[in-house]
Design a protein around this ligand. Structure first.
Ligand SMILES: [Zn+2]
Length: 400
């Protein structure tokens, strides 16, 4: 990579200026990847990078700012910007976007910083912003989450077009399953998990893949029939390619049997569609135009694209955002829920937790988070930040 040291210095300064004088080496390296630094070259230049980052961190905040101002323009990304970037292909009044929270615990600041920008784009262009409650895994759904999500999203976004529960759309997913089977693009597999993994490893089809449409429809009927296949005995799979270079793409599962009682649907259904099927179908049915999601969803996006192709649809325009990793905040819904249940925190409104309920109670304004999302814009760069530094920025916006 050309000019490695200069570029490192520029990004270290940029990062330091954004984060109260302390540049984070990981964030600098992520930025360098965007500039073309190859992953396998990192170990050759890590010493140089470390040296530059620590030099920058020795400067005072004032010095960093002064030098960064001179350098601006050599770092490829924007300056602090007012307003949102443009959304490619967006038409006035016709932008349809979504946020898909799982009802498995309180919403927190992590959800908002990755989804606020979708809400803002819909505000900017006009259209529909859906909240789709991802509740097709009966084991993780908490009944109280539905109400909390609604309260939180009404408050923080203020432009929710409609709340949709995935579990109210089961008949639609079932229709799509039948269509997929009839198009010879899905099959019911009765191999055990271990057996299937072995076929996958050897890049071979399992015996179930040879079944014809009629046999698959029969098997699908057996999955739905509570007197037939038991839990774990059969799974619906997408016919992709067992030789696909990415093992995660090889005939991935679309639906499974789970007899756990669902908080809303109770025992009405025993076959539950899995995430990729649900998301692919919702995006078609609700006519999504743009999706902004985390980089960690790259494989899922590819799976959903494969499903869309079968139905002759092009996937919505998708942008993969870099992740913000908080060094010191509990952002796992499972952990948050457990800590609240154990009495460590008094509830989702406890001042010490970064939930939306708590932020609302502490007097934060949604506009502070809007401003943060606006300034971050669309970026693939990952960021590591401490809760303290993050809230310093948010507090400043909140005062404004
Ligand atoms: Zn099989």
């Amino acid at each position: 990579m050309k000019n490695l040291k200069q570029k490192t210095r520029a990004y270290a300064l940029k990062n330091a200026v954004a984060y109260k004088g302390k540049a984070n080496q990981g964030a600098v390296i992520s930025a360098l990847f965007n500039e073309g630094l190859k992953k396998d070259k990192v170990k050759d230049c890590i010493k140089d990078i470390s040296k530059v980052v620590s030099e920058v961190n020795k400067l005072s905040f004032k010095e960093q700012k002064k030098e960064f101002e001179k350098l601006e323009g050599t770092t490829s990304k924007r300056k602090v910007r007012e307003g949102l970037p443009d959304l490619p292909g967006a038409e006035k009044g016709k932008v349809v976007m979504r946020f898909r929270p799982a009802p498995s615990g309180p919403l927190h600041v992590g959800h908002i910083i990755s989804n606020m920008i979708s809400s803002l784009f819909v505000k900017k262009y006009g259209g529909k912003f859906y909240i789709i409650i991802d509740d097709t895994d009966p084991e993780t759904v908490l009944k109280e989450s539905y109400k909390e999500i609604k309260k939180d999203c009404d408050w923080i976004f203020g432009n929710v077009y409609e709340y949709v529960n995935s579990s109210d759309r089961m008949e639609i997913y079932y229709e799509y399953v039948e269509k997929l089977i009839k198009k010879n693009s899905a099959y019911v597999c009765t191999c055990s998990g271990d057996e299937f993994r072995e076929f996958s490893k050897q890049k071979k089809d399992c015996p179930c893949k040879k079944l014809n449409v009629k046999e698959n429809l029969e098997r699908w009927g057996k999955m739905l029939d509570k007197n037939d296949y038991k839990v774990g005995e059969a799974v619906l799979r997408f016919k992709s390619d067992m030789k696909h270079k990415n093992p995660a793409m090889r005939d991935f599962p679309l639906a499974r049997i789970n007899e756990t009682s669902h908080p809303l649907q109770k025992k009405k259904y025993r076959v539950w569609p899995l995430m990729n099927l649900v998301v692919a179908v919702d995006d078609i049915e609700l006519k999504m135009t743009h999706i902004i999601r985390g980089k960690d969803h790259g494989d899922n996006a590819k799976r959903q694209e494969m499903i869309h192709k079968i139905f002759g649809k092009t996937s919505p325009w998708t942008f993969f955002m870099g992740r913000i990793k908080f060094k010191d905040l509990i952002l796992s819904k499972r952990k948050l829920t457990a800590a609240i249940k154990s009495g460590e925190f008094s509830g989702a409104e406890d001042e010490r937790v970064p939930t939306l309920a708590s932020l609302r109670k502490r007097g934060y304004k949604p506009e502070a988070f809007e401003k943060f999302a606006e300034q971050r814009g669309l970026t693939e760069v990952d960021k590591v930040i401490s809760g303290k530094d993050f809230f310093e920025v948010i507090d400043r916006f909140n005062k404004e």
